[in-house]
Design a protein around this ligand. Structure first.
Ligand code: ATP
Ligand code: MG
Length: 583
């Protein structure tokens, strides 16, 4: 973990980030290799973004911002079966929510014509061939890490035959999987990715952007490399699993050489897209992994599909939509990513680091309110029936600029059942029969009598309020052991309060090594407990997505879907203290 930064400093005085990627960018600008930098964030629109993507977004957009460059948002839409416009929209919303904006919005599919011309160029150069081997045969021919592969019998087709076949692939003459276009590189390469990898496949599937226009689609490697080259990306940042693909990335960029072949970019000109081609450099960094979480789109999709959570934006999900609904703020996520730093070291980050960033962000920006989640009635017998007053409370204990609010107070209040014990454990500081406690901001009460229900559980505490301990009175600062929160029984608003906790109960839910358990078996049954409680009127009046600290309980956010005219609904974002590390 890097040293904590002074997060109160304004942007102008923010500490200069020193990771190896920023150092490369600095050097490239200093040497004049690039006059300006360009980056891109290239999500595949096959699901919602998750917390891991936040790291990539903050890096791609953040670096462009810090060095006066530009960052594109490019949808890597080369897998039509799994992609959907719903995801295209949601990804844009998420990037904006995190506080970033793109220089230009692109789709890999915007370049399908360019990629096609590039593929014909590779064929003419003798760098690509049409192969008739089936997927299974290709696997057999590929060899292993210790054995070289065998060359495809179709590898030495003439340029004319290859061009003819590729054009007929494009015309839709062949069935799915019947042929592929493959790079002609080296079947003995120590890098499996260089053993004549597929560049194009036949797939007669409509595309979310191009409809039925294409029966063939480019593979990830060529589309990504040429997409970067088309946009003049200078630094193409991606996660470490693509390190082995870098030689193929460079091969595609160099063999096609878009910057040196303007004719390949004609289709862009025809469509009015800017011509910016250059020679990009791929640089890899380590993925974000967090314990108590799963983070691949595939598994997040399964959680939703199998009903283990209530949708993509379930507040327990690791999607940005879920985190947002849980009450995570862009500031907390950016602070979290900043703390992680950027390196090539793979590691697993403790979930408490994420929660700590949220606490820190909300401590500074969330007003304080009072709420009671498990109510027990407390009656102040020495106040007259119908007594009613308004107390003034500061909205933030450390920041007067938050102002003050009125908190109603009357003869009956709700306190937490947990703040009263008939038989107190050792060291108990809160209310007991015959004992005293301070009602925060209102004065000191003594419990004279406990009323029980038929089952013997306390249902009402009859207390007297020490008039000398009221705010502004001489005895207002009299010492008592405990201070508890409360809400006025007459004017508090009933609220649905969802007490969320970690979705998984074990640090490595993803450990399927024994082949029998799966992350599905590790769902924390207490990850959501819904209660009916009471909140003070100033909390009930919140707008959706407004966050508060409910004193002594944690940080809560007004649910962005369900909170509203029908009644307040609050989600617990995080407790005030980490209770997991001590389990
Ligand atoms: P997943 O495996 O979860 O589906 P992905 O890598 O397939 O993720 P993409 O949409 O292809 O998701 O990724 C877009 C960008 O986000 C890529 O540059 C990828 O490297 C980056 N990214 C994805 N997951 C993480 C992560 N956990 N940490 C950092 N960056 C990530
Ligand atoms: Mg992917």
């Amino acid at each position: 973990m890097t040293a904590p930064h002074d997060t109160t400093a304004g942007a102008g005085t923010a500490p200069v980030k020193q990771d190896f990627i920023r150092q490369i960018v600095r050097d490239d600008l200093a040497s004049g290799k690039h006059a300006a930098i360009r980056t891109r964030f290239p999500p595949e629109p096959n699901g919602y973004l998750h917390i891991g993507h936040a790291k990539a977004i903050c890096l791609d957009f953040g670096i462009a911002e810090e060095f006066g460059g530009r960052c594109n948002l490019r949808f890597d839409d080369t897998n039509p079966e799994k992609e959907h416009p719903e995801f295209v929209q949601a990804i844009q919303d998420d990037v904006r929510w995190l506080g970033f904006d793109w220089a230009s919005l692109r789709h890999a599919s915007d370049y399908f014509e360019v990629f096609y011309l590039a593929a014909e160029k590779l064929i003419r150069q003798g760098d690509a061939f049409v192969c008739d081997l089936s997927a299974e045969q290709v696997r057999e021919y590929r060899g292993t890490l210790t054995e070289p592969g065998r060359e495809s019998p179709y590898r030495n087709r003439s340029v004319e035959e290859n061009l003819d076949l590729f054009r007929r692939m494009r015309a839709g003459e062949f069935e799915d999987g019947a042929r592929t276009l493959r790079a002609r590189i080296d079947m003995a390469s120590g890098n499996m990715n260089m053993r004549d990898p597929a560049l194009y496949r036949i797939k007669k599937v409509p595309h979310q952007n191009t409809g039925d226009a294409w029966p063939i689609y480019p593979m990830y490697d060529i589309a990504h490399a040429l997409g970067d080259a088309v946009e003049g990306i200078t630094h193409s940042l991606c996660t470490l699993e693509f390190e082995d693909h870098r030689p193929l990335y460079d091969w595609c960029v160099d063999k096609v050489d878009l910057a040196g072949h303007p004719e390949l970019l004609e289709p862009l000109r025809a469509r009015g897209l800017p011509i910016e081609a250059g020679k990009p450099r791929q640089i890899e960094f380590s993925r974000l992994n967090i314990n108590y979480a799963v983070m691949s789109k595939r598994k997040l999709t399964q959680l939703v599909a199998e009903g283990l959570v209530d949708g993509w934006d379930d507040p327990r999900m690791y999607t940005l939509q879920g985190l947002r609904r849980r009450g995570y703020t862009p500031g907390a996520l950016r602070l979290f990513v900043e703390r992680l730093g950027i390196s090539k070291q793979n590691s697993v980050i403790d979930f408490s680091v994420l929660e700590g960033a949220l606490r820190e962000d909300l401590d500074a920006r969330a007003p304080r309110r009072m709420a009671v989640v498990a109510p027990l009635k407390l009656v102040i017998t020495n106040l007259p029936q119908g007594h009613s007053e308004s107390l003034r409370f500061p909205n933030h204990p450390k920041d007067p600029s938050f102002g003050e609010r009125e908190v109603p107070f009357s003869r009956e209040v709700w306190i937490e059942r947990d703040d009263f014990a008939e038989v107190p454990p050792k060291g108990w500081k809160r209310l007991v029969p015959g004992g005293e406690v301070r009602l925060r901001g209102a004065g000191i009460v003594r419990c004279d009598e406990v009323v029980h229900d038929a089952a013997g559980d306390p249902v009402e505490l009859r207390c007297t309020l020490d008039p000398e301990s009221r705010p502004g009175m001489e005895g207002a600062n009299r010492k008592v052991k405990g201070t508890i929160h409360w809400v006025d029984a007459a004017r508090a608003v009933p609220a649905e309060i969802r007490l969320y906790d970690r979705l998984f109960s074990v640090p490595d839910p993803d450990d399927e090594a024994d082949g029998r358990t799966s992350y599905r078996d590790h769902i924390n049954p207490d990850s959501r407990v819904t209660v009916r409680g009471y909140i003070e009127p100033a909390a009930a009046a919140a707008a959706p997505e407004e966050s508060f600290q409910f004193e002594r309980l944690g940080y809560f956010v007004a649910d962005r879907r369900d909170h509203g005219p029908a009644g307040p609904v609050f989600n617990r974002s995080v407790t005030l203290r980490d209770t997991w590390s001590v389990r």
